[in-house]
Design a protein around this ligand. Sequence first.
Ligand SMILES: [Fe+2]
Ligand SMILES: [Fe+2]
Length: 242
Amino acid sequence: MTFDPNRRNLLRNSVTLGAGGTIVLSLIGPTFAEEDKGEEKEPEVSATEDLMRGHGIIRRALLVYYEVLPKLRTKPASVNAAALQQIAKLFRTFGEDYHERMLEEQHIFPLLRKHGQEFLRYVDILTEQHNRGREITDYILTVTKSGKISSLHAKPLAEVFESFLVMYENHAAREDTIVFPAWKKNFTDKQLDQIAAQFEDIEHKIFGKDGFDEAEKTISSIETTLELSDLSKFTAPAPPKV
Ligand SMILES: [Fe+2]
Ligand SMILES: [Fe+2]
């Protein structure tokens, strides 16, 4: 058996082995010693950071939808439907199947449902928005499947992109500032480390590798294809002089 010097893996190993204190300590010893020697290790990713950087991938996908809006309204035949299909697939696998279903709906929402009426209502709305998002992704996958956006679908698709963007920006912003902080308060730092390790396990089980890194590569490549990779392009113009 080999042990990764990454602390999340270390914690996972200790969790997997159970409460056998002696065994766990004997495993921890050499690993920290390796760290002392200055061996390279990946930085830790906390549970909430994991969730929030998931939102980063989701937001970048939504921004691609936003960027195609002008073309969709004026020259729908020139829209790169294959790139939109790729975005929708990424949204499905990383955003909906992993981030929403496996992390939020399995780990975050059930606990918050016990936090009183206000959170119960919040979680109900967030769950409804996940479900609406899945319907929207089904629709995007369908209308982009042929490789062209038909003039029949162009206007409704543009409207769907706009309302999806507004819904999800509100959704993710509330999760980042209200839902995740409230959830996090239920745990000690040590428990949060263990949950972070569980999240990483789920990620590896679903994607067979680092799902975040792969998703980031995919979104970067789509942004490059659509000439959206230059961040400076999005710097706002100076406001009018008054
Ligand atoms: Fe969510
Ligand atoms: Fe989320």
